[in-house]
Write a protein that binds this ligand. Structure first.
Ligand code: LLP
Length: 431
């Protein structure tokens, strides 16, 4: 049996478009977005789902996000520029980042970004200063606070421990109040509330309930102290995706319902006037819709393992090397055949850690087979690099039996596009 992606055989995609290649089932992306949009609704709050574009960002993806009625969060000038070029409604964009440059803040003010999520005291001062030049922008701002809730499956993606580089910890209430005063007093800015993000690949909806309780209890204390109203809470992303059989992800409607219930409870308990809630799923929208197709090169046995080499690796998927992330895979034309070999799928980079999957069960592989790795749609393409001067693979969207590029594969010329020869400088053309 052959693996099909959105009605097209994976091996025929490989034959037509080449490998390695990232492939997205567009319908699956759309379904995920709709599932979130349908589930994250409440009569009590104005609810927004903002896709965290860091998970996978390109013009076509931003077009899709907008078409499905979602908002989007961006964390850099590059992601923001992509959203601008995709014709995204700037009012529906949130700009994040702990180290935004003046140029990024100005681009956000200039292009009319709806919400800027301020990270720290010094940034608040810089933003208030820059915003003087855009008095009519009336940009809404949230402050990222760190509620100290830890929820994560890997230490590298903890973002809410109190020493985190992100946001201001609620153990520093005076600093939070001072930062908010600066934002509140700027005539060009509108302070609306707080943002928090407690980690990634979170399986327990209770973690979000704990986050909401901490943020709301802090908001109450903050309002009492400053008299500044909190009308909006952005609860971040972090909802888990299913990479292997071990991952037992709660369904999206369940997570959304628990978040909405916890928010309603906390609003009442702390007597808040919160009117708007935002969540920022990235991985849970993009991961499972994505596949990476490789061609098997060599097979090599050592004393302890069998390696299956593929024509890509850590340059197209850094996650196993960086987070010991686990993936599942199949030989695309041998689905349902017994997986009676235990193999390690290794890439072609000059690094022992360049492994796509360690000791996984696979059908018997031969050179030339097409290998499909599942769930590579989030933080794969978006974290790709040119290490070893490998080209970043292209990205396909497939829907209703039709496939087309949304990001073309890099060519050898792309790899040297910005290189300058020594002769260039010697000829006195240096800038
Ligand atoms: N909002 C904020 C402020 C974030 O920092 C993040 C992720 C998200 C939303 C989206 O989180 P998600 O729903 O995708 O978990 N490169 C790592 C993940 C880093 C996530 C960083 N922030 C990985 O490949 O696992």
């Amino acid at each position: 049996m052959k693996l099909k992606i959105a009605g097209v055989e994976a091996s025929s995609l490989a034959a037509r478009f080449g490998t390695p290649v990232y492939v997205y089932d567009q319908g699956s992306l759309e379904n995920r977005m709709r599932e979130f949009a349908d589930a994250f609704r409440s009569p009590e709050f104005d609810c927004h789902v903002a896709y965290a574009s860091k998970a996978f960002c390109c013009i076509a993806m931003m077009e899709l996000v907008q078409r499905e009625g979602l908002w989007a969060d961006v964390v850099s000038g590059g992601e923001l520029y992509t959203a601008v070029k995709a014709g995204f409604n700037m009012k529906h964009i949130l700009l994040h980042g702990n180290s935004k440059t003046d140029a990024e803040l100005e681009l956000a003010l200039e292009s009319g970004v709806g919400t800027i999520v301020v990270d720290n005291l010094s940034e608040a001062g810089r933003l208030a200063f820059l915003a003087q030049h855009y008095p009519q922008a009336g940009t809404r701002v949230l402050l990222r606070i760190n509620p100290g809730v830890e929820a994560h499956t890997h230490a590298y993606i903890v973002t809410a421990d109190i020493d985190s580089k992100f946001g201001i910890s609620i153990t520093r209430p005076d600093e939070i109040c001072e930062t908010c005063r600066i934002l509140h007093e700027s005539p060009a800015l509108t302070f609306a509330g707080f943002h928090a993000h407690i980690g990634s690949q979170i399986f327990e909806p209770e973690a979000f309930a704990a986050e909401i309780d901490k943020v709301c209890s802090f908001a109450k204390q903050f309002q009492d102290q400053t008299g500044i109203q909190v009308s909006c809470l952005d609860l971040g992303g972090g909802f888990a995706a299913r990479y292997t059989d071990k991952d037992d992800c709660p369904p999206i409607p369940v997570i959304c319902r628990q978040i909405l219930e916890a928010a309603a409870r906390a609003k009442k308990q702390y007597g808040l006037q919160v009117k708007e809630l935002i969540i920022e799923p990235g991985r849970s929208i993009a991961a499972e819709a994505g596949y990476t197709l490789y061609t098997v090169g060599g097979i090599k046995d050592t004393d302890h393992r069998r390696y299956v080499f593929v024509n890509g690796g850590m340059n197209d998927n850094i996650r196993p090397a960086l987070y010991q992330a686990e993936y599942d895979a199949d030989l695309a034309d041998h689905l349902k055949e017994p997986k009676d070999e235990v193999v390690t799928i290794a890439g072609k980079c000059c690094e022992s850690g360049d492994i796509i999957a360690s000791d996984i069960r696979l059908q018997h592989a031969e050179p030339g087979d097409i290998l499909a790795v599942y769930t590579t749609g989030a933080y794969g393409q978006s974290m790709a690099s040119n290490y070893n001067r490998l080209a970043v693979p292209g990205t396909l969207f497939v829907k209703d039996g039709l496939a087309h590029w949304v990001i073309r594969p890099q060519t050898p010329d792309d790899l040297i596009r910005n290189d300058l020869s020594l002769n260039h400088t010697e000829a006195g053309e240096a800038e």
